[in-house]
Design a protein around this ligand. Structure first.
Ligand code: ADP
Length: 290
């Protein structure tokens, strides 16, 4: 089982001719609302990839539709709490080129108590996985408990915050970052990528693919990106992370799990939207054979 301590956000999605400059007022060409948040995206990606995934998170009473949609995607939401106050939400602006700009209001995601996370993890077994990103509370307590229970802990250091990474890095087995987060991490620790204090590291490089570093063994595996015409890159990293962990949890070797994740992320990039746009495993397998 993959436990995902993760955010659940309502994504308010605006299509714009270009990203606004400071002081600029701009009419959107299109508006839609969808399920998002790095946590929910990764849970949906994990479920669509075929993993058994249990989401640990929180919504406000305005957010029941989001838990329903996750459940429909195959995510076990028994540990999603309904708390007072607003659900997390995001304002996502996407310009014609597919480039994006995002504002996030954490809401219920930052009200998850350590007790709630530990209660959920009590049902985990050695060999299970814990996935986390940096959009919830209770990360440190969850990581410590998971490590102590013999789980494999995966952390996406996004949105990047040096203090949050430092607080969990000793408990994690696999760190996933994009190129910008990798640079921020190295600057904060004052080291090169190869010197980061973590056993395994994945750096995603957008249209240039992704690299897996086994820092303990000193080896690396590159996964080139698939050539596609980008429509919306929102959620590419989450699709990649979810499929990567699903592949690894199935027992695929890193190179194969990275290839699966690259194909899933490439398909996502060809579609507008976040969680709803994450492809199913069968589509990804068909894309890989084409
Ligand atoms: P994030 O969304 O977290 O910034 P990236 O932009 O690095 O993450 O994208 C994650 C992965 O998605 C990449 O490693 C790549 O496999 C895939 N991807 C992203 N953009 C493209 C693209 N334009 N074409 C094909 N694949 C892409």
């Amino acid at each position: 089982t993959v436990f995902n301590l993760g955010s659940i956000n309502a994504d308010h999605f605006y299509r714009l001719p270009h990203l606004p400059a400071p002081g600029e007022t701009l009419a959107a060409q299109d508006y839609a609302i969808g399920l998002g948040g790095k946590g929910a995206n990764q849970s949906v990606a994990l479920a669509r990839a075929g993993a058994e995934v249990r989401h640990v998170g929180a919504i406000g009473e305005d957010g029941r539709w989001m838990a329903d949609r996750m459940t429909a995607a195959g995510v076990d939401c028994r540990h999603v709490a309904e708390l007072p106050g607003a659900s997390g939400h995001a304002i996502i602006e996407v310009e014609t080129s597919g480039e994006n700009l995002i504002i996030v209001y954490p809401g219920a995601n930052r009200a998850i108590s350590p007790g709630q996370a530990l209660f959920a993890l009590n049902t985990a077994r050695a060999g299970d996985w814990l996935v986390m990103q940096n959009e919830t509370s209770a990360q440190v307590e969850a990581a410590q408990a998971a490590r102590a229970a013999g789980m494999t802990v995966v952390y996406s250091a996004a949105p990047f915050d040096a203090g949050s990474v430092r607080a969990v890095i000793d408990h994690i087995s696999l760190l996933i970052v994009n190129e910008i987060e990798a640079a921020q991490l190295c600057a904060d620790f004052g080291v090169t990528l190869q010197e980061l204090p973590v056993a395994r590291l994945v750096v995603t490089l957008g249209a240039r693919g992704a690299t897996w570093y086994d820092l303990a063994a000193g080896t690396q595996v590159s996964a080139p990106a698939f050539h596609v015409t980008p429509v919306d890159t929102t959620g590419a990293g989450d699709t990649f992370a979810g499929y990567l962990v699903a592949g690894l949890a199935e027992g695929l070797p890193p190179a194969e799990a990275m290839r699966l994740a690259s194909a899933a992320a490439a398909l996502k990039v060809t579609r507008a939207g976040t969680a709803d746009a994450i492809p199913a495993r069968a589509e990804v397998e068909a894309f890989l054979k084409a």
